[in-house]
Design a protein around this ligand. Structure first.
Ligand code: NAD
Length: 247
């Protein structure tokens, strides 16, 4: 089988879709993961260049679903050379506006998907990952800048960075490199509502370039971090925010 086997979570739309397309463009075979968007996932699959792609399904908040999905991806691809943990949720849950029960639910849901879900996909995928493997986590600028109205999201992404850096050390002896990208605002379904609202101009003005990112710009960085040339980027968290937040 030619090309590498690449599992991209949350690949039916947005950044994940662009990432799946970018890997396929360079000849890799993709497992397009989705939760409840089979039509979008299959339409992406149909349009990907090359052969050997597949669609897999799981709710990442469900550990058994994750195990089944990862095993199915490995079986279809032969192995998992690259894992991109892209799926994520962003819940609006300002501390002063919620009941205690709503507050807890938002934390649990966010961490279950963005942090524990990613950790479980990694555990399962590493079983199928040969030396030379790559794991790239899609984190966020919010991990560093804070997320006042979505503190669980910011914390989940900070946790994802710490998880990735811990595993960069743990998996290096196995020849596996682990890195992350930390985008600022990107034009996707997740942010569309904000970008179209009156405050959209203020969001674009966060960057001195006066715009937000396109999903393809994030995908290009993920493809680099997953490349054989990027072993020495293991442990890195790459800011992709158009100089909107410097740290
Ligand atoms: P999106 O909402 O378009 O896509 C997220 C994907 O994750 C969807 O396909 C969704 O189905 C999937 N997903 C969510 N919960 C899931 C679950 N329980 N099980 C399985 N899949 C699930 O968002 P996007 O903007 O493309 O975001 C992709 C990643 O980039 C996310 O991790 C997000 O946090 C991160 N990010 C986005 C931005 C941005 O501005 N759009 C900025 C920084 C980081």
């Amino acid at each position: 089988m030619s090309g590498r086997g690449v599992l991209v979570t949350g690949a039916s739309r947005g950044i994940g879709r662009a990432i799946a397309a970018a890997f396929a463009e360079q000849g890799d075979r993709i497992a397009v993961h989705h939760r409840d968007s089979p039509d979008e996932a299959h339409s992406l699959l149909g349009g990907l260049p090359g052969q050997g792609h597949t669609v897999v399904r799981a709710d990442l908040a469900d550990p058994e679903d994750v195990r089944r999905m990862t095993d199915a991806a490995a079986e279809a691809l032969g192995r998992i050379d690259v894992l991109v943990n892209n799926a994520g949720i962003y819940l609006h849950h300002p501390i002063t506006e919620l009941t205690y029960e709503q507050w807890q639910a938002a934390w649990r849901r966010t961490l279950d998907v963005n942090l524990v879900g990613a950790a479980n996909v990694i555990w399962c995928a590493v079983k199928h990952m040969p030396a030379g493997g790559r794991i790239v986590n899609v984190s966020s600028r919010g991990a560093f800048r804070g997320e006042p109205d979505s503190p669980a999201y910011g914390a989940s992404k900070a946790g994802l960075n710490a998880l990735g850096q811990s595993l960069a050390v743990a998996l290096a002896p196995h020849g596996i490199a682990v890195a992350a990208v930390a985008p600022g605002f990107v034009e996707t379904d997740m942010t569309n509502e904000h970008l179209k609202a009156p405050r959209g101009d203020a969001i674009r003005a966060q960057s001195p370039f006066g715009r937000v990112a396109r999903p393809e710009e994030i995908a290009a960085a993920v493809v680099y971090l997953a490349s054989p040339a990027a072993e020495w980027a293991s442990g890195a968290v790459l800011d992709l925010n158009g100089a909107s937040y410097l740290r």
